[in-house]
Design a protein around this ligand. Structure first.
Ligand code: NAD
Length: 434
């Protein structure tokens, strides 16, 4: 049996840049630009806790395959740590740590009483049977049980995990604890205490951020076109809500291939087609499209909603969009970012753009703790309020300092965290609470 851990360590070298190095550079720059104590960078660059677990699974053929999983808990000064669980062959320690730091920054920008966490298992779930996947999910959460919980660290879905996986994980945790604890994770099925609006929250948030960016650029969205990479939870919901705003999605790719229609893809029809178990590449009311071609489409808005390191020194030169909305985490390498900035593209950075997921996860946790549930309209209203406020705080920082949105988002997040570090006495110096 190949060692999945070795595979992941080897895979990372094929990426343009290690995501942890990227986030470290951006954190360091923010601390310097805010003229803060350098020690703040040294505190923020590492998670407070990083756990590696072995996950032996009895495969259907009788063999035992011992998978490797991780959980990174970055910062707990505001409340429990919180963040998704990713099942993917490229999961590795640096990626999980970087993703947990991004989660801390997202919560800080949106003023949520949470810190960042993230988990991952090195596995390709497409290769597992349903039974094997359930055993993997249950065993992983069992191994995390000592360090998670509604007041400690609260997992959620991420790439290749969904409400079904969350349902298994919650059940396993409850069996071990001996009672029902719905607030131990979010993104659960509604029947188990999930929140209305959670499944769609990240995509809805991306739509809201595109809408706000269009206002800044004075763009008419009903005359605008979109290219979208990734059509999973985030990508499909983003497309759905943009379509409702009359935006024309003209190109989509996912791991199976891609489609394009210059007159616009009928998103509700495509969603029905996929719900019947078909794959994107089989949709025949559009022309085939490769990932490479997606970057070259003449669109107003480009949305990466798949994995890290997609907008690079090789792909960024082809992007013609005025807005890049980073629905995925870490989709742009520093070299790719530089090229987009030279072209004066308005980038909505990941730590703002996709924060709708953690925001409604926060609402789900609040509802679980109260054991009192809100209607979807109330959730969507609260989501919009938080996200627009976060967008405006970042925009104000951008305008005040005459910097780009990404740097502004980091500075807003770091500043918020530093106020709490000072209030706790970890850092001495000027009071930032005003
Ligand atoms: P998902 O597993 O539901 O979907 C991932 C999508 O990416 C799939 O459509 C897959 O086919 C596609 N994909 C994978 N490799 C690809 C490639 N090489 N080219 C084109 N498409 C490819 O995952 P998701 O939950 O939608 O997450 C997508 C991104 O959004 C990730 O970066 C994740 O961390 C981020 N994110 C997710 C949430 C959430 O609530 N799920 C919240 C914030 C951020």
């Amino acid at each position: 049996m190949p060692d999945q851990h070795e595979k992941a360590e080897a895979d990372i070298t094929s990426h343009d840049k290690n995501p942890l190095e990227i986030v470290h550079e951006l954190l360091k720059d923010s601390v310097d630009d805010l003229k803060l104590d350098e020690n703040i960078y040294h505190i923020l660059k590492k998670p407070i806790r990083m756990l590696e677990v072995s996950i032996p699974v009895r495969m259907d053929n009788g063999d035992i395959h011992n998978y490797t999983g991780y959980r990174s808990q970055h910062l707990d000064i505001f409340g429990p740590t919180k963040g998704g669980i990713r099942f993917h062959p490229d999961v590795n320690t640096d990626e999980v740590k970087a993703l947990s730091i991004w989660m801390s920054l997202k919560s800080a920008i949106l003023n949520l009483p949470l810190g960042g966490g993230k988990g991952g298992v090195i596995v390709d779930p497409a290769e597992l049977s349903d039974r094997e996947l359930e055993e993997l999910s249950r065993t992983y959460i069992r191994k995390l049980t000592p360090v998670i919980g509604p007041q400690k660290d609260i997992p959620a879905p991420d790439v290749n995990t969904n409400p079904r996986v969350m349902g298994w994980m919650m059940d396993e945790y409850d069996q071990l604890r001996g009672y029902n604890i719905p607030g131990m994770l979010t993104g659960k099925p509604l029947i188990l205490g999930g929140s209305e609006g959670r499944l769609a929250a990240t995509g809805r948030g991306v739509m809201l951020m595109v809408r706000e960016a269009a206002k800044v650029l004075d763009m008419d969205l009903s005359q605008s076109t979109v290219a979208l990479q990734g059509f999973g939870n985030v990508g499909s919901m983003t497309a759905k809500y943009l379509h409702e705003l009359d935006v024309n999605v003209i190109g989509i790719t996912d791991a199976s291939g891609g489609i394009t229609n210059e007159n616009g893809i009928d998103i509700p029809e495509l969603l029905d087609f996929l719900a019947e178990g078909n794959s994107l590449a089989d949709y025949d009311k559009a022309e085939p499209l490769t990932n490479e071609e997606l970057f070259k489409l003449p669109v107003d808005i480009f949305i990466p909603a798949a994995m890290e390191n997609q907008i690079t020194k090789d792909t960024a030169p082809h992007i013609q969009a005025k807005i890049v909305a980073e629905a995925a985490n870490g989709p742009t390498t520093p070299e790719g970012n530089k090229i987009l900035e030279e072209k004066d593209v308005f980038i909505i950075p990941d730590i703002l753009c996709n924060a709708g997921g953690v925001t409604v996860s926060y609402f789900e946790w609040v509802q679980n703790e109260m054991n009192f549930y809100w209607k979807e309209e109330a959730i969507n209203e609260k989501l919009e309020e938080r996200m627009v406020e976060g967008f405006n705080n970042v925009l104000d920082m951008r305008n005040k300092e005459n910097i780009r949105m990404r740097k502004a988002a980091y500075m807003v997040g770091v500043k918020h965290i530093v106020k709490a570090l000072k209030a706790r006495g970890w850092i001495k110096g000027e009071d930032l609470s005003q």
